[in-house]
Ligand binder design. Structure first.
Ligand code: SF4
Ligand code: SF4
Length: 341
């Protein structure tokens, strides 16, 4: 498969990587089978996170004996030095490798969090120590906040940035992609298939074929999915003619309807976890139900009681999303899920 250089990290990876969220939903043997099928197709980049339950363990089982030539990436959401060092150790043990090639700060999407992770005793300090100790090869950051990402990538510690970029969420094309190129970083495309907002891999991957120096990491659960995506990327075909019109219609329909998790609407004066509630329906399609109920549902279920419909969040959302209506609906969904357990 075509290779892409992840900027100044010097890491060379397959143009399609393997996103490790959906394998949480399937059993170990099935996950290993899907991952190995991806490796057989020439995928050399696998990305996961400490927060994706047993994903690291399944990846560890799949890459056992096949480590050579792979670039393994994971991430930690712990904001502290000590916490991230513990996570690095856990990642090395669970994946079964001495060195994690790329370790990322997970979802740094608001300024308070950035100040914490980059300040004294913060996670970045821990990752730099892990890199000095040879436990981590390179350091990157992931985010959903465009303004913050534009600022964070100037930090000299980072060699990659992971950000949502797809047919529907194409805003990064204006400033973030050019700046990443200018700084010589690697761009890892989060949610290349539009975060499950629609099912057309053909149009989504043809859109991204227009950015051949970026690495897409679609979340994969079945062998047929990675087979289709690899073949679309290998074709190198871009959107043209009728497809452009088809894509424009999809963007018109979806573009103003789904949450980018940018966090601009927060904080809510009533303490509503707005982003979590806005993305709950999408998460319900990707995450295991038990994990969703354990980690998210309780907070989302409180939303209808907490929200006083002041409208502050809707004024701040740059995408004019109907936040109040959406979070009340997902609050009810969370309650129904909890009742059913
Ligand atoms: S409308 Fe509801 S969620 Fe939005 S800021 Fe007001 S209380 Fe918070
Ligand atoms: S609701 Fe709007 S402002 Fe809030 S996270 Fe989603 S897209 Fe961003």
């Amino acid at each position: 498969m075509r290779k892409v250089l992840l900027g100044k990290s010097g890491l060379e990876v397959s143009a399609v990587g393997f996103g490790g969220i959906p394998i949480q939903r399937i059993g170990q043997d099935e996950a290993v089978g899907v991952l190995r099928r991806a490796l057989d197709l020439g995928v050399t980049f696998i990305d996961t996170a400490t927060g994706y339950s047993d994903s690291q363990l399944k990846i560890g089982a799949a890459v056992k004996g096949r480590r050579d030539g792979l670039v393994l990436a994971t991430k930690s959401g712990d904001p502290t030095r000590d916490g991230v060092l513990r996570d690095v150790e856990r990642s090395r043990q669970q994946i079964g490798v001495d060195v994690i090639d790329l370790y990322q700060l997970h979802s740094v999407s608001d300024r308070g969090r950035w100040e914490k992770v980059s300040g004294p005793g913060g996670a970045l300090e821990g990752l730099l120590e892990a890199r000095d100790a040879g436990h981590v090869g390179h350091i990157g950051v992931t985010s959903h906040n465009l303004d913050l990402a534009l600022e964070m990538i100037e930090h000299p510690a980072f060699e990659t940035v992971q950000f949502p970029f797809n047919l529907v969420t194409s805003e990064p094309a204006d400033e973030l992609v050019p700046k990443v190129r200018e700084l010589g970083l690697g761009f890892i495309v989060m949610k290349p298939l539009c975060g499950g907002q629609y099912d057309n891999a053909r149009l989504a991957m043809k859109f991204l074929n227009g950015y051949p120096d970026l690495v897409a990491i679609p979340g994969i659960q079945r062998a047929e999915e990675i087979e289709e995506i690899v073949s679309l990327v290998e074709s190198g075909e871009m959107l043209q003619g009728d497809e452009k019109a088809e894509a424009a219609a999809i963007v018109a329909e979806l573009g103003k309807l789904f949450c980018r998790r940018c966090g601009y609407c927060q904080p809510c004066p009533q303490g509503v976890a707005i982003t979590m509630a806005m993305t709950f329906e999408g998460a319900a399609k990707r995450m295991p139900r038990e994990q969703l109920v354990k980690d998210w549902a309780l907070r989302v279920a409180r939303v209808p009681d907490l929200c006083v419909e002041c409208g502050e969040c809707e004024e701040k959302c740059p995408y004019d999303l109907p936040i109040i209506e959406t979070i009340k609906r997902t609050g009810e969904l969370a309650r129904a899920m909890m009742d059913a357990v």
